[in-house]
Design a protein around this ligand. Structure first.
Ligand SMILES: C[S@@+](CC[C@H](N)C(=O)[O-])C[C@H]1O[C@@H](n2cnc3c(N)ncnc32)[C@H](O)[C@@H]1O
Length: 457
């Protein structure tokens, strides 16, 4: 997140707060999810307002390109940024939120425009929004399918084109549409402290509605309420984590006495999951490139009552300078990636990621995997995962990795529920957001061959 301080006075006006957040996301490249959480916490915003604030902020960001298409015929000349965002967020409410009377959205917009600008800007906002109210938004009228998909689902043209080439039109359309839906909140039960049934009872006592996932045994769906405000969370019975992110620990299947290396560990979602599955025994070394992020892992460990994790500030690519070769039973490389699988939670990713970022990320991913090979024991397990749906960072990285390392082989994933295993191909599993309602996620499993050739490559 940008270092610039976000200054916002909460005066009870949800739309104005949403506008401040959207402007900060746009100007300072601040992350929408962090800024929204920060605003909610700092101003102790009540649940009813919180839901509307989240809906308007995320919705406006999610449909930014579509809203611009609708607004374009009505905006003449230059308008200030705050006014453009105000028009977008007002039109979002008018067009997508049926429970908000459109006239109320227009009136609110005019009041904000008066406060932020002057009578002239307020009249302009009023004129534009009332004209759209009268005439309705225009049909999306473009030449080809890529443009149509890009505009109607608000995703950049390059990305739609790339996905259509990789996955075809139907799969791409389903993914683009899913990216505009709210993410399901899920929690992972800390099996060293509580059972799923105990957690469900505890959540219900706190007024949270939840049910068991049909996929992973320790995953619970939250259908109403906030898990972070419950006793179950405070006493370390649960961790807030998307179900897809629970897959790597299941694929790893760690034994209780193993020595495991997590090369990209912060904030520790998967490290703590592996630690729980080892029943707080064995040893896990958790690395991260950014020292300040190690504190997040430690906070999670403390809350969850886990003591089998040691955190270290180490660049994973240089991990061989810190540990003996052939010394880990298993290694997890949950690599930095483009995050194209988590756009429901971070819609700003759509507009900030550039195509050239993807190749740069692959270089880092391969360097991390390279270091892992040396550190892994013969017969040891290596898991590579990303929260993206991009073939270059996923299958592409795996293919290059295997070409460069004859000592490594793909391993079939055999420890997941059938519905997930069906999606596996050659030791790789790509989950799309539309498959189970969880994040887009990729996992690949490898083992190191017993007979080592000269050197690890
Ligand atoms: C996808 S996130 C990891 C999420 C984490 N595994 C979890 O489940 O909570 C990637 C992490 O890799 C870290 N990172 C990036 N480059 C790295 C490197 N060269 N060595 C170690 N960590 C790195 C980032 O700081 C970030 O925390």
């Amino acid at each position: 997140m940008s270092k610039k301080k976000h200054v916002m006075i909460w005066d009870g006006n949800v739309r104005d707060a949403a506008l401040s957040i959207l402007l900060a996301v746009d100007k300072n490249q601040a992350y929408s999810n962090l800024l929204l959480n920060d605003t909610i916490k700092r101003h102790k915003i009540e649940p009813k307002d919180r839901a509307l604030l989240t809906e308007i902020t995320y919705g406006t960001l999610q449909y930014k390109m579509t809203l611009d298409y609708y607004l374009e015929p009505y905006i003449r000349g230059e308008v200030e940024d705050w006014m453009r965002w105000l028009l977008r967020l007002s039109l979002y409410q008018m067009h997508y939120l049926s429970r908000i009377p459109p006239h109320a959205a227009v009136n609110e917009a005019v009041e904000i425009a008066k406060r932020r600008g002057h009578q002239g800007t307020a009249s302009m906002v009023n004129g534009i929004l009332r004209a759209i109210l009268r005439e309705g938004v225009s049909e999306v009228d473009v030449f080809n399918e890529i443009d149509e998909l890009a505009i109607t689902t608000s995703h950049p043209h390059w990305l739609v084109e790339r996905w259509v080439e990789m996955y075809g039109v139907e799969k791409t359309r389903a993914m683009l549409e899913e990216n505009n839906k709210p993410a399901i909140q899920t929690v992972r039960v800390n099996v060293t402290k509580a059972t799923v049934e105990q957690v469900l009872t505890s959540l219900a006592e706190d007024g949270v509605t939840a049910n068991k996932s049909p996929l992973l045994s320790e995953c619970i769906y939250i259908t109403e309420g906030q898990a972070s405000r419950t006793a179950a969370f405070r006493q370390g019975w649960v961790t807030i984590q998307d179900e897809s992110s629970m897959i790597p620990a299941h694929v790893l299947q760690p034994q209780r006495d193993w020595r495991v290396l997590d090369m990209c560990a912060a904030p520790g979602g998967k490290t703590t999951h592996v630690a729980e599955r080892m029943n707080n025994e064995g040893t896990i070394i958790a690395l991260d490139l950014h020292e300040h992020k190690l504190a997040l892992i430690q906070q999670n460990m403390t809350r969850l009552g886990l003591t089998n994790i040691t955190t270290l500030h180490v660049d994973g690519r240089k991990a061989i300078e810190h540990f003996e070769a052939n010394s880990f039973d298993a290694i997890l490389v949950d690599a930095p990636c483009s995050g194209l699988g988590v756009m429901r939670r971070k819609p700003d990713i759509k507009y900030t990621k550039q195509e050239q970022d993807l190749a740069r990320l692959q270089t880092i991913q391969l360097a991390l995997l390279d270091a892992a090979v040396t550190l892994l024991k013969p017969n040891g397990k290596l898991i590579y995962s990303t929260c993206t749906v991009d073939k270059v960072e996923n299958e592409g990285t795996v293919q290059q990795f295997l070409q460069q390392h004859s000592t490594m082989q793909s391993t079939a994933i055999d420890s997941l529920p059938q519905a997930l295993m069906e999606k596996q191909q050659d030791g790789m599993l790509q989950v799309f957001p539309q498959d189970f309602g969880s994040d887009g996620f990729f996992v690949a499993a490898f083992t190191k061959k017993e007979i080592l050739t000269n050197g690890s490559k």
